[in-house]
Write a protein that binds this ligand. Structure first.
Ligand SMILES: C[S@@+](CC[C@H](N)C(=O)[O-])C[C@H]1O[C@@H](n2cnc3c(N)ncnc32)[C@H](O)[C@@H]1O
Length: 434
């Protein structure tokens, strides 16, 4: 199967059928060589990062849009544009291979049309690019509802910077398993394998290393033995901020796939019990896989965090991590499909769900206990406004400092994409009155 044709199919599934890239891409990559796998990923990610711009070029060059069963050919053309604009693939090869994709997609009759559109693009690209550069939507490549929300929250310049970061490729971060090595020791192992890395800026983030260049996990020293895991630097802050202590009963309420559950256990294996709950049974399988690889244990429960009475054992928790379901607008650079799959109306629904979860979990926290609220969102409604409203409604809740070095937060800490190379994230640490 042609990689270009596979990319067109995956993009059609995501953009037209609303599937997530993490659902649609892995099955398409299954029988490919590592090189083709990487190429397919590059095309899918690249087209999703630049979708409205490439759509505009297509609209400008075609009399009628491709619809119905021919719609997949629209995405084949976009894959062609993407190669011509953003890769080093020579244009004759990019055009030739893309045109060949028509055969694999069983539309050989459209070969001439695809060839014609790509060749017209090569002739007219300069003027088309100049036209696109005059339109914000085609420069930022974000849906207008999200542009508006970001501009309202951060102002035009910072919003533009956030969107620009969202369009970059995210670095690969590693979490060194504190049960096996300290970060310096593992960094030395990486250097010996010729995998240069940088330490995180935040002193708190003491297990985090950012690789200079992404690599296959199996090339990482001791990956299979659990010496190291892949996890963004911002996500790693959760376990440090949670700061679990020996003997405590801990709840990770929205746990799957379990990155923060296992990090908390790596930092403090002598806890009484870690309860990992998630509403998605399939994703819970990954929690167990993570626990197995790292030889850690937790009580894994399929349950709804907004209705704890259906799964709660009856003992109040010392600490709760609430890594709430959210818009994921802080991780768009890792999931370029998010901006096209989310709708403006989702935000209010998510805010309401987060509120229900927060309130329900609060009742299961011991007096004096700690709840760490986290999202990978950059939208204030899900973050500081959510926490502000919680504090107004709960007289037994107070906001406490996330760490000694990060003390000045108004309503939690909002990280923006690419701060120290990390994802966009939000944290607020709450304590229940005694
Ligand atoms: C941001 S992800 C969690 C990531 C995870 N903490 C980690 O670090 O690997 C949010 C999770 O919330 C789960 N979720 C959504 N609604 C939920 C609910 N009502 N109760 C429990 N989990 C829920 C989703 O299935 C998803 O796995």
């Amino acid at each position: 199967m042609s990689v270009r044709a596979l990319a067109a199919k995956v993009l059609n599934q995501v953009v037209e059928q609303g599937q997530s890239l993490s659902q649609a891409l892995p099955p398409a990559q299954q029988d490919l060589s590592p090189k083709d796998k990487a190429l397919l990923q590059l095309f899918c990610y690249g087209v999703l990062r630049t979708l409205p711009r490439l759509d505009f070029f297509c609209r400008s060059l075609m009399k009628k849009p491709l619809t119905g069963k021919q719609r997949v050919m629209h995405f084949l053309i976009l894959v062609g544009f993407y190669q011509l604009l953003y890769t080093r693939i020579p244009s004759h090869a990019a055009v030739g291979e893309t045109v060949n994709g028509t055969k694999a997609l069983k539309k050989p009759a459209l070969k001439g049309m695809v060839n014609g559109v790509l060749r017209s693009f090569l002739r007219e690209q300069e003027s088309l690019i100049a036209q696109a550069d005059k339109q914000d939507a085609l420069v930022y490549c974000h849906p207008s509802w999200l542009v508006k929300r970001l501009q309202a929250a951060y102002g035009t310049d910072l919003a533009a910077q956030i969107m620009n970061e969202n369009n970059q490729q995210a670095p690969m971060w590693l979490r060194v398993n504190a049960l096996h090595h300290n970060r310096d020791q593992y960094q030395a192992l990486l250097s010996a394998t010729e995998l240069p890395s940088f330490v995180a800026q935040d002193a708190e983030n003491s297990n985090a290393l950012r690789l200079e260049k992404a690599t296959d996990v199996y090339k990482l020293p001791g990956f299979e033995q659990g010496w190291v895991s892949v996890q963004d630097g911002a996500a790693q802050l959760a376990a440090h901020y949670l700061d679990t202590q020996a003997g405590e009963l801990i709840l990770d309420a929205c746990a799957a796939p379990g990155g923060k559950t296992v990090h908390a256990l790596e930092l403090q294996p002598a806890i009484k019990e870690m309860v990992a709950v998630d509403a998605d049974q399939k994703r819970l399988v990954r929690v167990q896989e993570n626990l197995n690889r790292l030889q850690l244990s937790a009580t894994v429960i399929h349950g709804d965090a907004s209705q704890p009475d259906s799964w709660w054992s009856g003992e109040l928790f010392d600490r709760i991590l609430c890594d709430a379901p959210c818009s994921a607008t802080g991780v768009i650079r890792r999931h370029p499909d998010i901006r096209w799959l989310r709708r403006d109306s989702d935000i209010a629904e998510l805010v309401a769900l987060q509120k229900r979860i927060l309130n329900a979990l609060w009742d299961k926290l011991k007096p004096g206990g700690i709840l760490l609220y986290a999202t990978c969102s950059v939208l204030p409604d899900e973050n500081e406004l959510q926490i502000k409203s919680f504090l107004q409604n709960r007289s037994d809740a107070s906001l406490i400092a996330l760490s000694s070095q990060y003390n000045s937060q108004a309503h939690g800490r909002q990280l923006l994409p690419n701060e120290d190379g990390m994802d966009g994230f939000y944290y607020a640490k709450l304590q229940k009155a005694l």
